[in-house]
Design a protein around this ligand. Sequence first.
Ligand code: G1P
Length: 297
Amino acid sequence: MSRKVTKAIFPVAGLGTRFLPATKSVPKEIMTLVDRPLVQYAIDEARAAGITEFIFVTSRGKSALEDYFDHNLVLEQELKAKGKDDLLEVLENTNMESGAIAYIRQHKALGLGHAVWCARRLIGDEPFAVMLPDDVIAADKPCLQQMVEAYEETGGNMVAAMEVAPERTSSYGILDAADSSGKVIRARGMVEKPKADEAPSNMAVIGRYILGPSVLYNLNQMKKGSGGEIQLTDAIAEDIGNGVPVFGYRFDGQRFDCGSKAGFLQATVAFALARNDLRDDLSAYLNDIVATGRAAQ
Ligand code: G1P
């Protein structure tokens, strides 16, 4: 099987209840980190890694997400007429090639594994990436690109990996690492959200995966796992038992959990401080509130 990865699945069917009331009418993936929707960060990372086909697994209430990927010709013409070339470029960089995006509905919230399985007919017999837009990763070389390069050497299945505090294992897929010293970690097993005292390690799976079609085959069995849901972690772990290797990839970069409010705020500050047009004002403000302990009333 070729190791070229050109397709990525973006599971975006979740209700985003942690961000209510905002998510009452705005899909979580459209919420803005500085001035770009969360999903744009994932798309840019995927493009940098050579992805050309983008498969969104959506649900009811996500039409704003589909609209976001349409070209906005009226706005483009307006900016062109006014000579606002810098804004025009920002807008054009978000345009997707016609036919490059597909939307599949997940009709029931049966878990991440089920969401990925919903895209099976668009994948066929080739390796594919899965990207969870909630996990935003700031890195010099985009995380998925790092993984694609490593995957060209290893094949098998690969998941992004990072050490977490031992008491946080119950929020993640956790690797049973055969050897956790290098960048590429061979996994002996994988467990979804184990309690701290049952976790095989503190090496957590972060939302970037490069998987072979055998994982989709494993998902066909629709086995329920942690939380009564069909888990992607379990389908990947099953491959290990079948002799298909699974590697954790310890990426270079900083990961933000934008599925949580605290993580979203941290990412907002970090990405804003990385911007030339915002850094000075924001850092002056942050220094001031830290020094004086002043907060919004
Ligand atoms: C999902 C996966 C989990 C992984 C995590 C990374 O969990 O099921 O294995 O560690 O993403 O963010 P979720 O955060 O959707 O509950």
